[in-house]
Design a binder for this molecule. Sequence first.
Ligand SMILES: C[S@@+](CC[C@H](N)C(=O)[O-])C[C@H]1O[C@@H](n2cnc3c(N)ncnc32)[C@H](O)[C@@H]1O
Length: 450
Amino acid sequence: MSPVLLSKYDVAAPRYTSYPTVPYWTAEQPDAEVWLARVARACEVDREISLYIHLPFCESLCTYCGCNKHITKNHAVEMPYIEAVLKEWKMYRAALPGTPILRELHLGGGTPTFFYPDHLRRLLENILEDVKIPLGPQYSFEAHPNSTSKAHLQTLYDLNFRRVSIGVQDFDDELMRLVNRHQSVEEVIRCTEEARSIGYHSVNYDLIFGLPRQTPAHILRDAGYLETLRPDRIAFYSYAHVPWLKRSQTAYSEEDLPAGAAKRLLYETGRERFEAMGYREIGMDHFALPTDALSIALDHGSLHRNFMGYTSMRTRLMIGLGASAIGDTWDAFAQNEKTIAGYQLALDAGRLPLFRGHFLSTQDMRLRRHILRLMTTYHTDWFWPEEQDDSLAAALERLEPLADDGLVEIAPFRVRVTETGRPFLRNICMAFDAQFWARQPEGRLFSQAV
Ligand SMILES: C[S@@+](CC[C@H](N)C(=O)[O-])C[C@H]1O[C@@H](n2cnc3c(N)ncnc32)[C@H](O)[C@@H]1O
């Protein structure tokens, strides 16, 4: 990997889990009726829907964490939160035509396994009684190994969950202590083995590269564990350092953070080992065994990327329930109140807890398609009239220096990311980000691309 390219393209860049990216959304407090009408229309077009439920509590703070969470050891918070989520679901359910088919369901956090298994069952039974469950539903949850009991795994399995995503981050105890994460290798192994013995057919591990004091030796050690435990998927996330948003990231010294070429070496070390073990690289930061749904989706051209990262399928409608959750009707986005108090207050007052959103213009939709295709297939194309669109012409002009550096090949009606360009996928997508080039607000918005 050329150090010149690495330093040239190591700029702040979005991860493109949506386009436009959240800082560029324009609707403050979207009107609930207008939003619900979009939700209903998306469900009419495509009867299959996805649901994301945000469960924000954690018992202790992992200082690297960039997610929306609330730290407490008080489990009395569980039931009021579940009641609020169910109220929110009832509002959506009343707006949906007919009985929707719940194709995809994901519990994210925070720590979903903070909740008692019986409380999770109560939440999910109430939702599932009101939808059709298709053959082969894609239901998954994020599991912190230190709080995921056999009862959690069994309860969710009985409710059709077949995929579990285990937060590993790194197998080294010392590194985990530095970021205040309490878990042991034994717990990761136990959780993996219990999930498999119950019948889960896809186990994902979340790993992060770029953690404080992490070296290639740590990554090689992680790969050693993966060789024996053989998760079906690996999310190999680039550590996002955003201390202006997440104060807990100031708990360690920036000098301890691998940056630039040193950080990229961590990724390359992992990639080489994972590929040698039979994993395939998927998009930007995922690896999967050839038998896993992500790999199959890559071959079938149905790979998708949304707020949760890469997924193996896409429904037109994704409803987000819970504090800070984001919904997507394909032509609009809406996000819920981020604080738990604000979220619960809105629902107590009988209103949807929306606080910001965005209604996509025709240009947004076109650019979103290009960014999504680049992120999932490493190329994009278009027909002749679209080339007349100023935003595409501007994107191609911005790509010229990247083509000179060998990151992309630009041909008539087509752009392709080269092998050299893959590490710079975020930079390449930025060329298509008309919103970003039109207006760059004061202050820092995104983490570094490398
Ligand atoms: C929403 S978190 C929840 C996981 C669960 N609470 C746990 O700790 O096991 C999902 C994943 O996001 C990733 N993540 C969190 N903060 C990150 C950061 N600053 N940079 C990169 N990845 C991060 C971690 O890999 C984590 O497992």
